[in-house]
Design a protein around this ligand. Structure first.
Ligand code: BGC
Length: 631
């Protein structure tokens, strides 16, 4: 709809313009009623709605509306499935329209620099290419509904320790090759309506007042057309912020910064034209929502729950399997560990969803009359060994055909607001796994965690299924995967080092609270392990299936390319096993004869394809000059 925003702005008083630059409260922008500018609501996100009706907070403490919790980004990225995450975004977009939310705060695309970052569960990957593709697909899904997204936290926010003031000391090369590309891809491909800047400084300058970041890179280089908002309270100097390209301050500024803006215009230190541009960007996004309300949108919690279950079945990663999985319906199985009954399916903090229902693997199995015995074994919420429970678990494992241990990280071990202390599972769980596997070789471990854990018992157990934080349908998904109703098809979006000390950021994380030096530079995750030839427990991209695949006949459409052309890479994939399954073809590039120091290989393409037994398909991917370049 053709609104004349220039005219509208010309009718606004200086005070009204300044007022529009910060929230009315925790979640709303300010209305200017006399001019027909309504207040609109924004809400967390991103894997479901955290719409708070009453008192706002940004830590997920106060209750929000009952909503559907989809798998968190740690899980969705493992699907390597852009269609799946597009559909999830589509569902969330519709939910936003039904709940009158103009912007959902996400996706979060910060790179997993260290396995310890408390918010890794909300982030996609250690790889920027994968993170960018997943983010763009999610944004396109949500924005189909004329609802905005807010890609966050721009940029270099890779830890929780002193996240509000620490300075990420990072080279421009690492920014351009590792920490920016997910934002860049999303902006160029999907044009998120808003970007949320991070709390931290980058090389000494707060993101919220960094003109290079918010204007040169974001708008001039990438062509961003929406508005930039602060993370909640991520404001230092409001006037510098406006000059740098920061539009909306969230939440409310209590009128203080609005007054400063008025003063700055009046005393000539801020050009009113700059303020007008800021106001125009905010109004454009407000009206793109207000003028396109989908009054027929419904939030069908039952239906969306089923979608959450289905999504997780595409995400879980089968890390190891000696053939014990899938379980047969007649198999006598001992479910051990409280996560079987109370799965951990989401992380703590601003993304915390008040879930409409949660299904456990135990309940799902019982509903299907599986031959199950259940022993709590250990608690899901703390590290506490109960000897009697341990003995019961061992006894149940002995008398069953297969023991399935539902392990994972308790809530308090990882959350927004603080980083993890180490990469270990609770001691009580490690001990129980060791004791059970001693008496039962057919032991399967199922993991519920937001980022990698050390698995010292991995070589002894028969199978490991990584569920990550799989959303409210994780239990049903686990049942379907364990019993082979669905064939696992997830692949790791991050490396699992043997131990924390192997991680490239280990010596430089999380800094001293003032600065954190990104000394590993572009050698993040597998870019380091591969180049260093350092073995890891499970590599980036790893994931098994109940079937097997063969790949061959790799072809390039051309042997040469220039700045503008593209080369198509095709490969034949065959399902060589006996059940239907999905394979993720991953395309890595490597610089064979360059002189610049570069990672051994880098992901530059992927495609997920489903194959019936015996079926062959040709999968093609394209590479451009940019895919081969370094900064
Ligand atoms: C988080 C953001 C979130 C915001 C609003 C902040 O503390 O860093 O990711 O969107 O709060 O809840």
């Amino acid at each position: 709809m053709g609104r004349d925003l220039q005219k509208l702005i010309s009718e606004m008083t200086l005070e009204e313009k300044a007022g529009l630059c910060s929230g009315a409260d925790f979640w709303h922008t300010k209305a200017v009623e006399r001019l027909g500018i309504p207040a609109v609501m924004v809400s967390d996100g991103p894997h479901g709605l955290r719409k708070q009706d009453q008192e706002g907070d940004h830590l997920g403490i106060n209750d929000s509306i009952v909503a559907v919790c989809f798998p968190a980004a740690c899980a969705t990225s493992s699907s390597f499935d852009t269609e799946m995450i597009h559909e999830m975004g589509d569902t969330i977009g519709q939910e936003c329209q039904a709940e009158d939310l103009s912007v959902v705060l996400g996706p979060a695309v910060n790179i997993k620099r260290s396995p310890l970052c408390g918010r890794n569960f909300e982030y996609f990957s250690e790889d920027p290419y994968l993170a960018g593709k997943m983010a763009a697909a999610y944004i396109q899904g949500v924005q189909k509904w004329d609802v905005g997204t807010s890609i966050k936290h721009f940029a270099a926010n890779n830890q929780e320790y002193h996240r509000m003031n620490t300075s990420s000391e990072v080279s421009e090369r690492a920014l351009r090759e590792i920490y920016f590309p997910a934002f860049e891809e999303a902006v160029k491909k999907a044009q998120p309506k808003t970007v949320m800047c991070s709390y931290n400084k980058i090389n000494g300058t707060y993101s919220s007042e960094n003109p290079w970041l918010l204007t040169k890179v974001l708008r001039d280089d990438w062509g961003f057309e929406g508005y930039v908002m602060t993370d909640w309270g991520a404001i230092d100097d409001r006037i510098d912020g406006i000059r740098a390209g920061l539009d909306l301050e969230m939440p409310a500024s209590g009128g203080e910064n609005d007054r400063r803006i008025v003063e700055a215009v009046q005393n000539g230190s801020l050009d009113e034209k700059v303020l007008d541009t800021t106001v125009e960007r905010i109004l454009k996004v407000i009206f793109s929502y207000v003028d396109h309300r989908h009054t027929d949108a419904v939030f069908d919690r039952e239906k969306d729950h089923e979608k959450a279950v289905a999504a997780e079945t595409h995400c879980a990663v089968l890390l190891q399997n000696n053939g014990v999985l899938p379980l047969k319906s007649s198999t006598k199985v001992a479910y051990i560990g409280e996560f079987a009954e109370k799965p951990r399916y989401q992380g703590g903090g601003s993304s915390h969803i008040n879930s409409s229902k949660v299904t456990s693997a135990l309940e799902s199995g019982r509903n299907k009359n599986r031959n199950l015995e259940y022993v709590k074994g250990f608690p899901a919420d703390k590290d506490e060994q109960d000897e009697a429970e341990l003995q019961k678990a061992v006894a149940a494992a002995v008398s069953a055909d297969v023991a399935v241990i539902f392990a994972g990280l308790p809530d308090s071990f990882e959350s927004e607001g603080y980083d993890r202390k180490d990469m270990k599972l609770p001691k009580c769980q490690n001990r129980l796994i060791e004791e059970v596997v001693r008496v039962q070789p057919n032991t399967v471990v199922v993991l519920h965690n937001g980022s990698p854990v050390e698995c010292p018992w991995a070589d002894k157990v028969a199978a490991i299924l990584e569920l990550y934080l799989g959303g409210q349908g994780v239990g049903e998904a686990a049942d379907q995967l364990l019993f082979g109703e669905v064939n696992p098809s997830g692949h790791l979006a991050e490396s699992f080092p043997y131990q924390l000390e192997d991680n490239p950021s280990y010596l430089f994380f999380p800094g001293d609270g003032h600065t954190v030096r990104y000394a590993e530079d572009v050698f993040v995750g597998y870019r380091y392990y591969d180049t260093k030839k350092m073995p890891v427990r499970w590599a980036f991209g790893h994931g098994l299936s109940y079937t097997t695949f063969a790949m061959g006949n790799l072809k390039l459409s051309d042997k040469k390319m220039d700045d503008t052309s593209r080369v198509s890479v095709s490969v034949e994939v065959t399902n060589t096993g006996s059940v239907k399954g999905k394979q993720v073809v991953q395309l890595y590039i490597s610089d064979r004869n360059g002189t610049v120091e570069r990672p051994l290989k880098e992901l530059k393409g992927f495609a997920k394809t489903e194959l019936m037994p015996g079926e062959t398909k040709t999968v093609s991917m394209e590479i451009s000059a940019r895919d081969l370049s370094y900064y």
